[in-house]
Design a protein around this ligand. Structure first.
Ligand SMILES: [Zn+2]
Length: 461
């Protein structure tokens, strides 16, 4: 541990200027966040003209009807227009909140609310919880109309929306309640560790965050998801038999196999698995089952099990631990930095002894440009994992020595095309836009990949 702490101390010495130099952090955050928004708008402007193309790429021409292609172009265009508007709108709101001291105001308001209940400002953790929720609720209000417009106009017009206004409101209230029920104890424990461990908080906080993530792996499917969706055991039949036999052959520890009523809100479709290493659950969207044949859904699951086989979720989690560690290792320099709070309009009294939650929030804003780069890297890793999982599905016939699986690649290709067409996903994609935003390769890239796995295999034989 001492090795760790002396390493961390060296990082702090390099960053010591943060706690003394009066740097105009607010200005930097404004410039950086506008920079990210302008870059993302530029990407949308690169992508936008592609929605005016009148015919699909050659590789897809035989798989998609002209009518479906035109529908997907219109849907993409509507979404892109909305996306540019909402991006600029949210940035203006955020920028104004930053400029006019919204965060400092929220901290003061939390203190006032606390005072009404007879508690003083020495109850920092309590004040931090009130601060976080005031901020979360107030800052989500300006974008609420956008989310209503997106659900009830755009998705509706293109035939995807199944959400009723009543469901929309209850979903919103439920998500606020869940955020509070989970967020408040999480935040309390998080802040308590800072107080308790002092400047040696990094390993303790890491341990806490990992335990929390594992707890969520158990809680999310069992407690949270049932609040929003209904999971029913997949009925007996060809699909169930196929999936169970595939899981059995791969020794995938399948505990439950569910169908989820994704169609309650939207007709977008999907499949996924979750759970602890020794007990996994597979969930298939009812929409996927309706749209594809059992052997094609089986191929989608072969791809999903590829993620499991190559430990992709575990690897992703490991990467995110490194990410969290880096953030925590840099943080102490910003934790005791009065000039940081001063530059965001916090009063002298608060800035003199910065509340941990405030320092952490401001620190996160300063990291925005760094986070944009990290998300590009994460997307690249994720796209590689998708490619690996597709290859896994194609190689199953050899892995399991199962002749009947020799067309798994074709089946997966057909399922992907159906998913793509039914979801009206974008057909023409700008490479830079895709590199920045997409966690999955484009459909054409995936079909090309499947084709190349097949030819490589044929050459070997
Ligand atoms: Zn995948």
């Amino acid at each position: 541990m001492d090795f760790l702490h002396s390493g961390l101390a060296a990082v702090q010495r390099h960053l010591a200027f943060v706690s003394v130099d009066p740097i105009n952090w607010k200005f930097y955050v404004q410039v950086f966040s506008w920079g990210v928004t302008i870059f993302e708008s530029y990407l949308l402007l690169r992508q936008y003209p592609l929605y005016s193309k009148t015919s699909p790429p050659e590789a897809l021409a035989s798989h998609i009807t002209q009518e479906d292609f035109e529908k997907s172009q219109k849907y993409g265009k509507d979404k892109a227009k909305f996306s540019i508007f909402s991006k600029l709108f949210s940035q203006c709101v955020d920028s104004a909140m930053l400029q006019y001291g919204f965060y400092a105001w929220c901290w003061g308001a939390a203190g006032t609310i606390l005072g009404k209940f007879g508690y003083g400002t020495d109850y920092e953790i309590l004040q931090s919880i009130i601060f976080s929720f005031t901020m979360y609720l107030l800052s989500s209000l300006p974008t609420l109309p956008l989310s209503i417009y997106s659900t009830f106009w755009i998705e509706e017009r293109h035939g995807f929306n199944k959400t009723t206004p009543g469901l929309f409101v209850t979903d919103l209230l439920k998500s606020w309640l869940v955020a509070f029920a989970l967020g408040a104890p999480f935040l309390a424990a998080f802040l308590y560790i800072f107080k308790w461990a002092g400047d040696r908080f990094v390993p303790w906080l890491m341990g806490f965050m990992i335990s929390f993530q594992l707890l969520m792996v158990i809680l999310y499917p069992t407690v949270i998801q049932p609040l929003f969706n209904k999971l029913t055991p997949l009925s007996e039949g060809e699909l169930r038999t196929r999936v169970e036999s595939l899981a059995g052959k791969l020794r995938f520890p399948l505990k439950h196999l569910y169908e989820i009523d994704g169609s309650k809100r939207s007709s977008h479709s999907n499949a996924y698995f979750f759970g602890l290493p020794w007990s996994k659950h597979i969930v298939i969207f009812d929409t996927l089952i309706q749209q594809s044949k059992p052997e094609e859904v089986e191929a989608v699951l072969a791809h999903e099990l590829g993620h499991w086989y190559y430990l992709h979720p575990t690897k992703m989690m490991a990467i995110s631990q490194i990410h969290i560690f880096t953030i925590l290792a840099l943080f102490p320099a910003f934790l005791h930095a009065p000039p940081l709070l001063r530059s965001f309009d916090f009063p002298k009294l608060v800035s003199a002894a910065p509340p941990t939650i405030v320092a952490f929030l401001l620190f996160q804003m300063i990291l925005t440009p760094l986070e944009a780069f990290i998300s590009i890297g994460m997307n690249a890793v994720s796209r590689h994992f998708e490619w690996e999982a597709d290859r896994f599905a194609c190689e199953l016939q050899d892995k399991l020595n199962e002749k009947s699986m020799n067309d798994m690649g074709d089946r997966l290709g057909r399922a992907l095309i159906t998913l793509h067409v039914k979801n009206l996903s974008t057909v023409w994609v700008d490479w830079l836009y895709s590199a920045y935003h997409h966690s999955h390769p484009t459909l054409i890239e995936r079909l090309r990949g499947l084709e190349s796995f097949r030819t490589k295999r044929a050459k070997k034989e």
